[in-house]
Design a protein around this ligand. Structure first.
Ligand code: NA7
Length: 542
């Protein structure tokens, strides 16, 4: 550490939903000295990067994918559609940052290149690619669950000389597809949202599909002013409901499949398909993610819909998913399956016809050549753990996270790691992050971190560090929840299965409401599962 080292109470990495709220809360509500860093050129996190055509929030509807803590903010922001488009989410976050005067405390276009814990000082020291060194008692990693792009490693892919874009790193300038032959690899949310938009403009779109997906109609529509007003009028109840229902604001129907005939169940599925959104999964019958027979019935219903929509039966069969619906991240679309009825869209099933290589201007599969002008990689992310490993902090004894997480992403409460005192993750492995409405989840996690920081300060403590025993019991706790469901049956990014060589481990906590109760319980038990060390240096505690 040098004299020029900037000193803070808290350093935050990232300025998406989580990082911005952390900066606001810790600085303005707690009076701490806080600095945030972000490699991006502006606020927004995932919404800054994912500018691909068709990018939208996909659950639950506006205005619930937004901050919930400030009624004034809820009242003043006008949401225009039920499924907010990327540009509108970004505009909202820019507004938030300006409204609360956050920009002056964020360093943009500044990557944190190292983060190291100093055991003596009980502080973190970070270095940036701008040559700055900064130190803080607490390090909050708001680095995003879906940030590190998964780049496929096909032979010759670097030889391709046409335009090439990953959906998670989309250019800021408008990309024109007009007159172009576009190849899209990947049919997750990003592929399924972007393919219909690209097809409207491109000369031809060839979709290279590794795994067929279930997708439900989003039924995006303008959000009428009176509907928004009704949400505002009942905001406190709706927020409470989100806290109780895993981030979902509305009452869900309590229906049991065993009490209905097959015809009655089918009628319910039809009604919820027409309603659109995620309703088919959460509002049909209890236990869809647990009961194999029920799940298979819902899965088959959706397969039937795909057969109905897609006119060419050969293409329809290639689009048929065969795993339990919902066990890969559920997708909401605006006309995805219908897109295959266009003359300018074709589908390559990579299971029967795998990609062999790329050349300057073509994709060669086992049995065909596809000349393309542009390649769109909708191939997803090294999800949840990848962004923490990208940061690769060094904890006690200089142990890097890469070493610690070589075989398993051990953590406590999805927010802390043994060996990494005073480091907090938001939406890390073991948290409900990607299973809960993320802005609300971020608020509640930050509130808990803030309370922990206050507790340390009030009690003359310098550090909090999870124990390895606490990590082991947390691992058992979250796996017991996941193992009681169908999620582990499927190769998904929830299981780390999309990245070659990544340890297989369920990467989240499936019961968000229960999770936040557990956080409260740990705090009420004076941070059970943590070793709390006295502050070594007078006044070191924030
Ligand atoms: P996803 O959901 O991980 O989807 C990535 C897609 O790319 C998926 O269809 C993958 O197939 C496919 N993929 C990945 N690697 C390859 C290679 N090497 N070859 C062919 N196909 C490949 O990422 P998204 O960006 O769509 O969505 C991420 C989240 O963002 C989403 O869940 C929402 O939360 C928002 P696979 O299914 O793995 O076989």
């Amino acid at each position: 550490m040098t004299d020029s080292t900037e000193q803070y109470d808290v350093i935050i990495i990232g300025s998406g939903f989580s990082g911005l709220y952390a900066l606001y809360h810790l600085r303005d509500k707690m009076g701490l000295k806080v600095r945030a860093f972000d490699g991006a050129g502006g606020v927004g996190g995932t919404w800054w990067y994912n500018r691909y055509p068709g990018a939208r929030v996909d659950a639950p509807s506006s205005p619930f994918y937004a901050y919930t803590f400030s009624k004034e903010l809820v009242d003043e922001w006008e949401w225009k559609e039920t499924q907010t488009p990327q540009a509108a989410v970004l505009a909202y976050l820019e507004h938030f940052a300006e409204r609360f005067d956050l920009l002056k405390d964020i360093r943009f276009e500044t990557w944190v290149t190292s983060a190291e814990y100093n055991e003596e000082a009980q502080r973190w020291t970070i270095q940036t690619d701008a040559g700055k060194t900064a130190s803080a008692q607490f390090l909050i990693c708001a680095v995003g669950a879906l940030f590190v792009a998964n780049m496929p490693d096909y032979p010759g892919i670097d030889d391709f000389t046409g335009e090439c874009y990953h959906t998670g790193r989309w250019p800021h300038d408008k990309v024109s597809f007009a007159g172009k032959r576009v190849g899209v690899i990947g049919t997750g949310s990003s592929g399924i949202q972007s393919i219909p938009e690209i097809a409207k403009e491109a000369e031809h779109v060839t979709v290279f599909q590794r795994t067929p997906q279930y997708s439900l109609p989003a039924r995006n529509r303008p959000l009428p002013a009176d509907e928004l007003a009704a949400y505002r009028a009942e905001w406190d109840e709706l927020r409470m409901s989100m806290c109780k229902r895993g981030g979902w604001p509305f009452e869900t129907k309590r229906r049991y499949a065993s009490e209905a005939s097959a015809e009655e169940r089918h009628a319910v599925y039809e009604e919820l398909w027409e309603t659109g959104g995620i309703h088919l999964l959460i509002n049909s019958y209890a236990g869809v993610m647990v009961d194999k027979d029920l799940n298979e019935e819902v899965s088959e219903f959706v397969r039937g819909k795909i057969r109905e929509i897609v006119e060419d039966p050969v293409t329809a069969e290639k689009l048929m998913p065969d795993y339990y619906i919902g066990t890969k991240r559920m997708i909401l679309d605006n006309g995805y399956f219908e897109t295959y009825n266009r003359d300018n869209v074709s589908l390559v099933d990579l299971h029967e016809n795998p990609i062999a290589k790329f050349t300057e201007s073509s994709v060669h599969t086992k049995s065909s050549e596809h000349p393309i002008d542009m390649l769109v990689l909708a191939t997803g992310f090294d999800a949840v753990s990848g962004s923490m490993l990208n940061l690769n902090p060094k904890g006690r004894g200089g142990i890097s996270l890469e070493e610690k997480w070589g075989g398993r992403f051990d953590n406590y409460l999805g927010a802390t790691i043994a060996g990494y005192p005073n480091l907090f993750m938001i939406h890390g492995p073991g948290s409900p992050g990607v299973f809960f409405t993320m802005p609300l989840g971020a608020e509640r996690t930050v509130d808990w971190i803030a309370n922990c920081i206050s507790y340390l300060s009030e009690n003359g403590l310098g550090s909090a560090e999870a124990t390895q025993d606490a990590e082991a019991s947390w691992d058992r706790e979250i796996n017991a929840i996941a193992d009681a469901t169908l999620y582990p049956e499927t190769n998904s990014w929830y299981m780390g299965a999309n990245i070659p060589g990544k340890p297989r481990q369920f990467l989240g906590h499936l019961r968000g409401s229960q999770y936040f109760d557990r956080l409260t319980e740990v705090a009420e038990k004076d941070y059970e599962g943590f070793v709390l060390e006295p502050a070594r240096i007078r006044g070191a505690s924030a």
